[in-house]
Design a protein around this ligand. Structure first.
Ligand code: SAM
Ligand code: SF4
Length: 341
């Protein structure tokens, strides 16, 4: 990579799209690879990107700096599984240096399979909160959903994060007939452990073996069922993402709902996503993208700036996910593991 001048603070030239939304949150995918094959996320046999196309750690760090220079205040590292990326500790250290210097928060979404090994480095770099995906607390079911994941290892990874002083939010994709009977137990487990829980509606991203319509569980119904037993009081609490939070009064717990299908949240969108090959996607639910890699590899900071300005003009108003037609092709052909969650 050609040396790129560290961009001066261009906070005044922050990123805003054509609908007046300020973009302050970057989800940066560091790899499309993963050691799990969650059934709703990936096909069993996935074709991964050639390694030469993937940005180096240095390039990812330079890209993060460029975004911070344009007013990005929060970065979430994701994937694929970010902790299987070689050099991840170094990347976290490099970006972590910007926390308090342009960046408010650096965080990670992980399946926790490698978390015990990496938790100390994350904490050291200034990561204070992470999201961990746990779709079942039953070892056999967990193994089934993830196609081979080991729940005990994941729970040990979560314990390691807590030992390192990192708060954990559990992500659970709500899946009809797979884990819907576990939602309430998961809520109680999270309450007992001191984790927040966020439920996510499955989104039609990429071809998989299952028909997502069969597994789709609308969260408005889940909420109604929970309200038969618990008092869910809406909260103003936000973490910068799309979740809407409720206090579960009887458990003194917090639950978040991410409802791309039943309750569109695009009005408040503050995010863009960059893949591990340097493609910026302005919306998870659209195919429009711009290639940042060439400008990055050539060290052309002005071109990178121009591309970010163009990206803002291209950001669509809202996603258009549909999941109601059995057998229909997914709304978007790329998997969530490419763009990152
Ligand atoms: N491997 C990490 C993990 O699983 O947490 C990070 C990447 S994963 C793509 C990020 C989040 O997206 C996870 O919470 C996962 O459950 C969720 N996810 C993956 N595919 C999805 C889909 N089709 N619909 C909804 N959520 C999905
Ligand atoms: Fe891997 Fe995360 Fe996708 Fe599961 S959801 S296959 S852990 S990227």
């Amino acid at each position: 990579m050609a040396a790129m001048e560290k961009p001066e603070n261009k906070g005044a030239r922050g990123l805003a799209d054509a609908f007046g939304r300020r973009i302050t949150y970057l989800r940066l995918s560091v790899t499309d690879r993963c050691d799990f094959r969650c059934r709703y996320c990936m096909a069993e046999k996935m074709q991964f990107l050639p390694k030469r196309e993937i940005l180096t750690i240095e390039e990812l760090s330079a890209l993060a700096d460029a975004f911070i220079g344009r007013g990005i205040r929060k970065i979430r590292l994701t994937g694929g599984e970010p902790l299987v990326r070689r050099g991840i500790d170094e990347l976290v250290r490099l970006i972590g240096r910007r926390v308090g210097d342009g960046l408010d928060e650096l965080t990670v979404t992980t399946n926790a399979s490698q978390l015990r090994k990496h938790a100390p480095a994350l904490a050291e770099a200034g990561v204070r909160r992470i999201n961990v995906s746990v779709d079942s607390l039953d070892p056999e079911r967990f193994g089934f959903i993830t196609r081979g994941g080991d729940l005990a290892v994941v729970l040990d990874g979560i314990a390691a994060a807590r030992e390192a002083g990192i708060a954990v939010k559990i992500n659970m994709v709500a899946l009809k007939g797979l884990n819907e009977d576990e939602i309430e137990p998961a809520l109680r487990w999270c309450a007992a452990q001191g984790h927040d829980l966020t439920l996510i509606e499955t989104m039609p991203l990429g071809e998989i073996e299952d028909d997502r319509t069969d597994r789709y569980l609308p969260l408005d119904g889940v909420r109604r069922r929970l309200e038969e037993r618990y008092t869910l009081s809406p909260l103003d609490y936000r973490t910068g993402g799309p979740a809407r939070y409720f206090r579960v009064e009887e458990l003194d717990a917090r639950i978040g709902l991410i409802t791309p299908l039943t309750n569109n949240f695009c009005d408040g969108c503050n995010r863009v996503r960059v893949t591990a090959t340097g493609q910026i996607y302005m919306c998870l639910g659209h195919d429009d993208r711009l290639d940042l890699r060439k400008a990055l590899r050539e060290g052309d900071a002005d071109e990178l700036d121009r591309l970010l300005d163009r990206a803002m003009r291209l950001k669509p108003e809202r996603h258009d996910f549909r999941i109601d037609t059995p057998g229909a092709a997914p709304s978007v052909s790329r998997h969530m593991s490419v763009t990152g969650g």
